[in-house]
Design a protein. Structure first.
Length: 202
């Protein structure tokens, strides 16, 4: 029984490690939106690429550990539900990292996200970070009010994204900065969808 509990603790630790890495990636995305230093921008782009690659490694090892635990201990009831939920959460965290990488690619190849016309992206990235912190508390600590806040942020981000699409649809010519904004908002909208999944997984 002790070995089983140790294994459960190990699975939780792995997921929390993934959370810390993916949360830091979101914070680096925020850095891309706010920094005016070319050197800082290049550093952030490199660190986002490395962090996304690390998350892939962590996802593979975490998924393997979860499946091995399930085969060895054949959990039932509450433990089965938790292990099953954890498998989904690990995937959601991985996807959050991948979307951060996509945002970094938009910065590198479409338009610098720190352009003056894109400064309002800061709000949406900050909302995603707040949602993720609340989702963590919802899943690992059972915070019910945190779930409500995540849902509020999800609605806000959806509204911002739909508003931008309508704005772009009525425009004749779309500059590269607007293309970058659409890409980033789309990726953040998907990030928050994965965050909602995590918040509702407990």
């Amino acid at each position: 029984m002790a070995s089983r509990e140790v294994s459960l603790s190990g699975l939780e630790k792995n997921a929390k490690d993934m959370y810390r890495v993916s949360l830091e990636l979101l914070r680096k995305v925020l850095g891309l939106v706010t920094t005016e230093s070319p050197q800082e921008r290049e550093r952030l782009l490199g660190e986002i690429e490395d962090g996304a690659a690390l998350l892939d490694v962590l996802r593979r090892s975490s998924t393997e550990a979860i499946l091995l635990f399930a085969m060895r201990y054949q959990p039932l009831g509450r433990d089965f539900k938790w292990v099953h939920s954890l498998l989904g959460v690990v995937y959601d965290m991985f996807r959050i990292g991948r979307y951060c990488r996509e945002i970094a690619l938009a910065d590198r190849y479409v338009s610098r996200l720190s352009e003056e016309s894109l400064r309002d992206l800061k709000e949406v990235v900050e909302l995603a970070i707040e949602a993720y912190e609340n989702a963590y508390r919802a899943f690992f600590e059972g915070c019910a009010s945190c779930v409500d806040r995540v849902k509020e942020i999800d609605s806000r981000v959806d509204s911002l994204y739909m508003g931008l699409l309508k704005e772009v649809g009525s425009a004749g010519v779309v500059p590269s900065t607007t293309v970058a904004k659409v890409l980033v908002l789309r990726h953040i909208e998907r990030v928050v969808d994965h965050i909602v999944n995590i918040a509702l997984s407990n």
